[in-house]
Design a protein. Sequence first.
Length: 79
Amino acid sequence: MRKTSTHKKEQPPRGTMRKEYRFDYRRAKPNRFAEKMSEGVVVVVLEPDVAAVFKSSEAVNALLRSVIAAMAESKQQFG
């Protein structure tokens, strides 16, 4: 007995969106980052070249705090 061939569904070209997506919510997992996100948190997207310099959000925050402190000191000198 011969196997009957099954036609594959046409896949849209890569980088394009489908008309409809079907998600299986039974297989969904809780957001593992939700615990880290608390009130008052702001999300900032870094450009790839900037993000390559920093290994963690703590490193970014430390640098920004030092810049803020330097700005406050310069305002005191001139103000």
